[in-house]
Design a protein around this ligand. Structure first.
Ligand SMILES: Cc1cc2nc3c(=O)[nH]c(=O)nc-3n(C[C@H](O)[C@H](O)[C@H](O)COP(=O)(O)O)c2cc1C
Length: 425
């Protein structure tokens, strides 16, 4: 068996390769935790992005955050052993990670092989993932997810229609991948009544409690990118005529009820929320995103949450590139919001350093670059070259390819790795 040092995290090659077939996972579990040795990776503080930050009770050693990234590797909605290695690879001492969007109920699912946090099996499976991150010195928040109308009857109990604020379908430009992997058009969802709204609010609170029971340090409510909370928030997807629709304060009611319920369940210092007023992903379009984001920032202020996480307008369609209004900015929200402000979307090293230096953010979340560079903080410390991400493997179910096999710096540039070790010593 060949042991390979990746940075200072040790990865056992033959073990990793044995993850290639999901059916073989069960047998790997004991071996996995028994043989992978974790040494905490300390990132040298060579620039503003790598300066420490106090996030409520957590002492972060740098400002580079792993953005929530759906990976579709949770077979049967249960995190697999490979997730332990994946998140461990992305952990540095005092680094903050946000785990992939994780459903709070069966009805919340809308993508194949995405994890949940509503059964005992799921909670048990998250625990060793959590332990791996803690051993490596990281702080770990779980993103709580309900897809709402961005789902399909094949995901729903009894083949029911997906749940939504209004019976308005996502348009033909978008496709849903059913559990069997078929690409289909989105259906017209069912508009939920107030009893169901109350039930979903409760599911968020239960999901948050379960996440803490699994050992997570906190939760981030997914209020972005066209899923159920964003569907309620935006004028294009919410045509309700009751107190959950119409004026901004009504459209925001569901988001605020969820946030208060979660904060009450696990404490505001362990609660965060992600919003994307400008993003038009999955047809979640608002006629006045600045007013919407400003209203939310104001309403969230008194809750004193762990952080508010907002997606830059330059990411108009969630994970994809496209046209956007370059005059739009998160600045008004940063000015209104009094707590920790995290930004995400299209940041590279220089833009991240600038955002911290000019005060436009406290923390910067990286998606695609971090996905492809598990040692991104170390690479940013050295201004080292980056691995390119491979979009074709973002959402495959493979437990290794595109998931555990992006190389660390010492595998691509041993000289830079030596420089890093000297700096970190
Ligand atoms: C593969 C992939 C999966 C993603 N999954 C999620 C998710 O689970 N939750 C979420 O809020 N955003 C998700 N996003 C959006 C990212 O968190 C991030 O906002 C986006 O990639 C833009 O940041 P970047 O330019 O640093 O990649 C995903 C993006 C990608 C590329």
């Amino acid at each position: 068996m060949i042991m390979h040092a990746t940075g200072s995290a040790l990865v056992l090659r033959p073990l990793v390769l044995s993850f290639a077939h999901p059916r073989r996972f069960a047998g790997c579990k004991v071996l996995c935790s028994a043989t992978v040795e974790t040494k905490q990776r300390v990132v040298p503080q060579t620039n503003d992005l790598l300066s420490p930050y106090k996030l409520k009770d957590f002492q972060l050693e740098h400002r580079i955050v792993l953005a929530p990234l759906t990976r579709c590797r949770a077979i049967g909605s249960v995190p697999q052993p490979a997730a332990q290695e994946y998140y461990r690879q992305h952990t540095t001492k005092g680094g903050l990670l946000i785990a992939e969007a994780t459903c709070i109920s069966t009805e919340g699912h809308g993508y194949p092989q995405t994890p949940g946090i509503y059964t005992q099996d799921q909670i048990e499976a998250w625990r060793p993932v959590m332990d791996a991150v803690h051993e490596a010195g990281g702080v770990f928040f779980l993103q709580l997810w309900h897809c709402g109308r961005a789902s399909h009857p094949d995901f729903q109990p009894g083949g029911a229609l997906p749940l939504a604020p209004s019976a308005l379908s996502i348009g033909p430009d978008w496709k849903v991948y059913t559990p069997s992997g078929k690409e289909e058009a989105y259906v017209v969802p069912q508009a939920i009544d107030q009893q169901k709204i109350a039930e979903i609010v409760q599911q968020y609170a239960d999901g948050a409690r379960n996440a803490i029971a699994a050992g997570f340090d906190g939760v981030e409510i997914h209020g972005a990118n066209g899923y159920i909370i964003d569907q309620f928030l935006k004028t294009g997807s919410n045509h309700r005529t009751d107190e959950y629709g119409g004026p901004i304060e009504n459209r925001a009611r569901f988001a605020m009820e969820v946030t208060r319920a979660v904060a009450e369940a696990v404490g505001p210092e362990r609660t965060a929320i992600r919003l994307s007023p400008f993003t038009t992903f999955l047809d979640a379009i608002d006629e006045d995103p600045v007013a919407l984001g400003s209203y939310m920032a104001e309403q969230l202020n008194p809750l004193d949450l762990a952080y508010l996480h907002m997606v830059e307008p330059r990411v108009p369609s969630g994970a994809t590139e496209g046209d956007y209004d370059s005059s739009a900015s998160l600045k008004p929200f940063r000015e209104i919001y009094k707590g920790t402000f995290m930004v995400a979307g299209g940041f590279d090293r220089e833009l991240g350093i600038e955002a911290i230096r000019d005060g436009s953010a406290d923390l910067v979340a990286y998606g695609r670059l971090f996905l492809a560079n598990p040692d991104l903080p170390e690479r940013f410390a050295l201004d080292a070259p980056l691995n390119r991400y491979d979009r074709s493997t973002f959402y495959t179910f493979d437990q290794v390819k595109g998931y555990l096999d992006y190389p660390f710096l010492d595998q691509v540039d041993p000289d830079k790795a030596k420089e890093l070790a000297a700096l970190a010593a």
